[in-house]
Design a protein around this ligand. Sequence first.
Ligand SMILES: *[C@@H]1O[C@H](CO)[C@@H](O)[C@H](O)[C@H]1NC(C)=O
Ligand SMILES: *[C@@H]1O[C@H](CO)[C@@H](O)[C@H](O)[C@H]1NC(C)=O
Ligand SMILES: *[C@@H]1O[C@H](CO)[C@@H](O)[C@H](O)[C@H]1NC(C)=O
Ligand SMILES: *[C@@H]1O[C@H](CO)[C@@H](O)[C@H](O)[C@H]1NC(C)=O
Ligand SMILES: *[C@@H]1O[C@H](CO)[C@@H](O)[C@H](O)[C@H]1NC(C)=O
Length: 384
Amino acid sequence: MTKQAQTQLQPLLLLIVLLSSGGLSSGQELCNAHDKNILLLGIKEHFNNASVFATWIPDTDCCQNWSGIQCNSDGRVIMLAVTIADIVGGIPPAIGDLPFLEFIALSGSSGLTGTIPLAFAKLANLNHLDFSLNQLSGPIPDFLGQFKNLDDIDLSSNAFTGSIPASLGRLTKLRTMNLGSNQLSGSIPPALGGIKSLIQLYLYSNALSGPIPGSFAQLRNLNELDLRQNQLTGSIPASFGSFKNSDLNIDLSFNRLSGPTPSAFGNANVTAINLSNNNITGDASFLFGRGKTVLTAVDLSNNHFQFDFSSVDLPRGLKKLYISHNLIFGSLPGRLGQLPLKDIDVSFNQLCGQIPVGRRLKQFSPAKFSNNKCLCGLPLPACK
Ligand SMILES: *[C@@H]1O[C@H](CO)[C@@H](O)[C@H](O)[C@H]1NC(C)=O
Ligand SMILES: *[C@@H]1O[C@H](CO)[C@@H](O)[C@H](O)[C@H]1NC(C)=O
Ligand SMILES: *[C@@H]1O[C@H](CO)[C@@H](O)[C@H](O)[C@H]1NC(C)=O
Ligand SMILES: *[C@@H]1O[C@H](CO)[C@@H](O)[C@H](O)[C@H]1NC(C)=O
Ligand SMILES: *[C@@H]1O[C@H](CO)[C@@H](O)[C@H](O)[C@H]1NC(C)=O
């Protein structure tokens, strides 16, 4: 190469070096220029350069130096997780233009309002979506059902309205769904029972109505089923008897469930059952049983249960027993005195006879046994 050719090439080489390092900043910049632009103009500016974005400095590397951002090895943004307590405004639609995004968490701002933008439909690679504890409203978009890699969706504690899209039943990798504490209405789509991977399902504190889908019994990996504080009607599905998840908590409290509980539910083998504050009638003795070694808590309070408690065979691990405000009759089984109880409330029933003598029962407040037909003995006054 001639000297002249070399001097002509030098500026060109310098230009190539500058371009491939992504700009004039020192060191290797990994951050993809398109993604950086979206973050700076579409998000930081959208939120008026709020202080949480203080580390998002234009001439530093978004992948290495910006808080809440992670990139893949090609410098594409895959994670956006910002604690947004002090921001005000809607979700920036520009986030939809981060095509490699897998993980998004914008949580904890009462200033974050508006709906989930339609532009989010483009985020097909999302596996984690956390918009909890904001003031978002509008419907839960149908298109979330297309995000095949979703593992965890948390929209809890917002003001979402409308019904739960049945399309969510297509999320075959979903392990946690939390839609609790919103204003969701309509009935629960039975299709959710098709998400075999589901471990935690939280739909508490909404305005959901209609029956509890029997299809939920197909969720064999479930360990939390929390439907409390809705307006669900009908009786407990008989299919729930097939729950053999030894770590499952079922909470159906504060609904409008009625009718007798199908005795098939007695075949379930779970950790905790909470049916309190419904309008359920009839027998519940089959929910107990010595063989249910994993059962630690049963709450039947504030219903219309009516059955003989005398012959109920209590599981040996029972720690919490709440049956107050029902029509339960008979006596307290002697075995109750031997259980590792941490709390009990049998008040406001039709129970009679001596409270079993044992290590623990006498330690509880008399109020836990009050307002029965004729219970007696410690902690109540002695039997006559
Ligand atoms: C945000 O910061 C950029 C760069 O410093 C500036 O150009 C822009 O005007 C600021 N925007 C607001 C809304 O403060
Ligand atoms: C950006 O991060 C890299 C790697 O952690 C570090 O070496 C560099 O000093 C940082 N630059 C700035 C401007 O903070
Ligand atoms: C059952 O649910 C009610 C209301 O949600 C709650 O107060 C109670 O503590 C629960 N019972 C158990 C045993 O967890
Ligand atoms: C409970 O059920 C009874 C009998 O089915 C009915 O008369 C009553 O209105 C119901 N109460 C509530 C609060 O739903
Ligand atoms: C309940 O599950 C536990 C733990 O898996 C098991 O040891 C027990 O035998 C089961 N009991 C019944 C009645 O199925």
